[in-house]
Write a protein that binds this ligand. Structure first.
Ligand code: ADP
Length: 500
């Protein structure tokens, strides 16, 4: 569908939703912000403003944290906030997402610029799946009994208790799924939430708040405060009533948050940037590897923290692999995200587009061999075609910094020494993910322990699952999301010893 054609009913709903007046969602009510600050909502495919967001500040964050605290004390008083009820409501929210899937996908596509096919296939079903996965954890979070050695008769056990009110700060790349992945484990663990979506992409999270109201979550259990990072986000991090911050975003902001959180000794989970290597050995299935690498780095225009952005390829297969990658890149349809055939939309904002382009330009100046790239003549919107940078120095900015765009940097190696290969792979301050392509079990198992990364995948295209903990080594963060670890991150462990 081109922008000239009549929009579908779901698209019309999304456009109308974007243009309506937006407020903060506090204590199950829509509350206008007290300041006049507003944030423009920009459609990245056209650069046009399609709406305005309120910018919540410290006053709204205070109200939201109060509401969350009240929700938890009232739950404690009534004893009605049982695991089965939390589970039921998470499932109900997943059902509500599915019932509104078409509109949510359009909203996500409109706001982030992601291809509608991806929003339909990944973002919306992913959000529902996350809610259902974590719904299953409510009621399965528990402690242990332990036999003590000290003299006496004891009943000793541990309890896992909800950490309390949690502040959750979400980035702009997968807004709906990101919000669901944060809210669901917190609610499963019995916490209350104040969530700040990213200022670039808050629409689907605000729409999610409407669904939260519809399914009947107790007032104050989930509050949504759209706003700017250094204002609403910082207020949340500083607030003494917030027990934990769960943040996903850049390493620079993560570092600021860690420092700020220290003042009140908040628990923190930080899921930060990455510069993840994909290592291809001569015996790899090159067709499968090329498809997986292209998917990893070009999907969502490379705006994925775990994207395989550094290709380390054995000399023997470098040429055929690069040819395959180039052919996939050339064949990718870049265009209007609203078109179901589009595979590559624009980057999220003018600012981000300028940043990504600057990395490629710097690489060109440093004699990197640039394959593909550019805006392919798009006059409006923040488009950038898949780009491969070959023969670029290991210490160049393109190789070392997280670009967060459809840009793959290539290094060739000529050794079978796994230590040397691991040293290349680990030559980064990040440690989020690493990918290996080989048919040799010895190579794979030999390399896995040497890689400094929170996630390692072997011969895998995709493989994301909420059951697997995800998080980073080194400057990619700390703490884990997803899996048991991701739920337990919303609990405090209490040791109880009872003498009898
Ligand atoms: P990016 O630079 O890609 O936008 P950020 O890490 O800055 O990534 O943003 C991720 C999230 O962190 C967004 O919701 C943003 O508003 C928020 N944020 C940015 N700065 C701060 C801050 N100082 N304190 C708290 N949150 C912040």
């Amino acid at each position: 569908m081109s922008q000239q054609q009549t929009p579908s009913p779901a698209r019309t709903l999304a456009l109308r939703y974007a243009a309506q007046e937006h407020k903060t969602f506090i204590n199950d009510e829509w509350v206008a912000v007290r300041t006049a600050s507003a944030i423009p909502i920009i459609n990245p495919a056209s650069g046009e403003q399609i709406g305005t967001l309120p910018a919540a500040g410290a006053a709204e964050v205070d109200m939201a944290v109060d509401a969350a605290q009240q929700a938890l004390s009232s739950a404690e008083r009534t004893g009605a906030w049982k695991p089965a009820e939390r589970s039921r409501l998470l499932w109900a929210l997943a059902d509500a997402i599915e019932a509104n899937a078409a509109e949510l996908a359009e909203l996500e596509s409109l706001d982030v610029g992601k291809p509608i096919a991806n929003a339909r296939m990944v973002d919306v079903p992913g959000a529902a799946a996350a809610l259902r996965y974590f719904a299953g954890w409510a009621g399965k979070i528990g402690g242990e009994t332990t036999e003590l050695s000290v003299p006496g008769r004891w009943h000793a056990y541990t309890r896992r208790e909800p950490v309390g009110v949690v502040g959750q700060i979400v980035p702009w790349n997968y807004p709906l799924m990101g919000a669901a992945c944060k809210i669901a484990p917190a609610i499963a663990a019995g916490c209350a939430v104040v969530l700040k979506p990213a200022e670039q992409t808050s629409l689907s999270t605000l729409r999610l708040a409407e669904l939260i109201h519809e399914v009947g979550l107790p007032p104050g259990m989930v509050n949504i405060v759209p706003g700017l990072g250094p204002e609403a986000g910082a207020a949340l991090v500083r607030h003494p009533g917030v027990a934990k911050i769960s943040f996903t975003g850049s390493t620079a902001t993560g570092r600021t948050i860690l420092v700020e959180a220290a003042a009140t000794m908040k628990r923190v989970t930080l899921e930060l940037g990455g510069k993840s290597p994909v290592i291809v050995f001569p015996d790899a299935d090159l067709d499968a590897a090329a498809r997986a690498i292209a998917m990893s780095i070009f999907f969502n225009s490379g705006q994925t923290c775990s994207a395989a952005s550094r290709l380390l390829v054995h000399n023997a297969v470098a040429q055929p692999l690069l040819e395959r990658l180039q052919s996939i890149a050339d064949g990718m349809q870049m265009g209007d995200p609203a078109d179901a055939a589009t595979q590559l939309g624009p980057l999220v904002s003018a600012e981000h587009h300028a940043r990504v382009t600057a990395f490629v330009e710097a690489a060109r100046q440093e004699n990197g061999r640039i394959i593909g790239g550019g805006d392919k003549g798009f006059e409006r919107g923040y488009y950038m075609a898949p780009t491969i940078i070959d023969e670029i120095a290991l210490d160049s900015s393109a190789m070392q910094q997280e670009i967060f765009g459809p840009v793959l940097c290539v290094t060739r190696f000529d050794t079978a020494d796994l230590q040397a290969i691991a040293a290349l792979a680990n030559d980064t301050r990040y440690g989020l993910a690493a990918y290996i392509w080989t048919r040799d079990l010895g190579t794979a198992h030999g390399l896995i322990p040497l890689l400094k990364a929170g996630t390692v995948r072997v011969n895998a295209l995709g493989g994301n699952d909420f059951g697997m903990p995800s998080g980073g080594f080194k400057q990619s963060g700390f703490g884990r999301e997803n899996g048991r670890a991701g739920v337990e991150a919303y609990t405090e462990l209490k040791s109880v010893t009872l003498g009898y």
